[in-house]
Write a protein that binds this ligand. Structure first.
Ligand code: ASP
Length: 425
């Protein structure tokens, strides 16, 4: 990751007008390898979530637990998001980024917000009218809904369902092994993604936006190391430092791909194998969280609201801030499954409190880089909630959690071909 960052920044500073470098290295090698790597991660998401969730539900023991685990996770998602944005608004109000900012400084273009579906539609869309389409499109909430129903009914039919449960367990093992293989080759993919991003996005455009970027990054860091770790300590009663160490790989994946969704395989693997959370809890909370829990994105909305209000000299009332908090929590559910979600949510929030939506154009230039950081925060939130819920359900192995080497990706052992019967003869 660091090597990619350095190479990318060097290209941006010294070689951005050399055609060969741009065409063959940035637009060629880095682009191809990086895109292949992201596709490879996305390729794992649907089969892994499906098989893992079937195993998770069937391994629950008591089906009534499902509602309890879901309810706790949902409540924690909402609470952490509300805390995140409250923290962001408080810090941003204190440092007042954007005051005295001249709009012409950045000279960015216009912003046309994509349309988000109304919240009511989100509930209707929970149920896939065609499950095959849901799987084909990777619609996470629909996949979760159908798979849980399917798994519960597998349990209900009893003995005839056992063979399918067994098969799902084996398929889950295979998919976890595919994750291992992808993680083994990941350094190359991460390098390519970082090198490409940083050769296209020089760090110099941060300068005019420094107050916004600095306050946002500070709020993101404070949420991860403060709020989330405090919750983990108080409610999860586990060591936050161990947690952070073990989540580092998943955070790097989130950072370099900027997508919670593409990171699901790695988050799931880290939460189960490194933190020791039981599959019955993790298989449900991780994909659910990747879709509706976005603490980092909420923080961006809080800071952006204060920043744009300051830039345009608009005084927001306490009521407006409370609306922003409520909206951000709802918007994180409402935009489930929509790509480029952060800015759509922001447009919804601005609309609600009467801030100029075109103000978003100002922060577009630096958004690509900030998206990387907030995605890492988003998936950390999912893992924190998984750990807290698992702890309350006694569904975590503390031995695994405390073992520094548990679940490390070491080497991929290729199987040796067995001699065939005729060769043996
Ligand atoms: N990229 C973020 C994620 O996938 C969402 C966003 O803030 O745009 O978690």
């Amino acid at each position: 990751m660091v090597a990619g960052l350095i190479v990318g920044s060097l290209i941006n500073s010294f070689a951005h007008d050399i055609r060969f470098v741009q065409d063959y290295l940035v637009g060629g090698l880095f682009h191809v390898v990086g895109s292949m790597f992201i596709s490879m991660l996305k390729m794992l998401v649907v089969p892994l979530v499906t098989f893992s969730l079937i195993c998770g539900v069937c391994g629950l023991g008591d089906i009534s637990k499902l509602g309890r685990v879901g309810g706790k996770a949902f409540a924690l998602f909402m609470i952490t998001t509300a805390l995140a944005i409250t923290l962001a608004i408080s810090i941003a109000s204190f440092f007042a980024p954007g005051e005295g900012f001249e709009i012409f400084q950045t000279g960015t273009g216009t912003f046309i917000p994509p349309v988000a579906p109304p919240l009511t539609q989100v509930f209707i869309d929970l149920i896939p009218s065609n499950p095959i389409a849901a799987f084909a499109e990777g619609n996470m909430l629909q996949i979760i809904f159908f798979t849980i129903l399917f798994a519960v009914c597998l349990l209900m039919i009893g003995k005839p369902g056992e063979a399918i449960i067994n098969a799902a367990e084996k398929l889950n093992m295979v998919m976890m092994e595919v994750v291992n293989v992808v993680m083994y080759i990941a350094p190359v993919g991460v390098f390519a993604l970082m090198a490409k991003t940083f050769s296209l996005q020089g760090l110099d455009m941060i300068l005019p936006m420094l107050s916004y970027v600095a306050v946002l990054v500070a709020a993101l860091l404070l949420h991860v190391t403060g709020t989330l770790m405090l919750l983990l300590r108080l409610l999860g009663r586990v060591n936050p430092l161990t947690f952070l160490k073990k989540m580092r790989t998943a955070q790097i994946f989130a950072f370099s791909t900027s997508s919670s969704n593409a990171t699901i395989p790695v988050t799931l693997r880290s939460v189960e194998k490194r933190l020791g959370v039981d599959n019955s809890t993790a298989s449900f909370i991780v994909p659910f969280g990747a879709t509706i829990n976005m603490d980092g994105t909420a923080i961006m909305q809080g800071v952006a609201t204060v920043f744009i209000a300051n830039v345009y000299g608009i005084d927001l009332s306490l009521g407006s801030y409370l609306t922003v908090i409520g909206m951000a929590v709802l918007a994180s559910i409402g935009t489930a499954g929509v790509p480029g979600v952060g800015l759509i949510m922001l447009a919804m929030v601005f609309d609600q409190v009467g801030l100029p939506v075109e103000g978003i154009a100002l922060i577009l230039g630096v958004d690509r880089l900030l998206d990387m950081i907030r995605t890492a925060v988003n998936i950390t939130g999912d893992a924190v909630v998984s750990t807290i819920v698992a702890r309350s359900e006694d569904a975590i192995s503390l031995d695994t959690f405390n073992d520094p080497d548990a679940g490390q990706v070491e080497e991929v052992h290729l199987p040796h071909q067995q001699p065939t019967a005729s060769e043996q003869a």
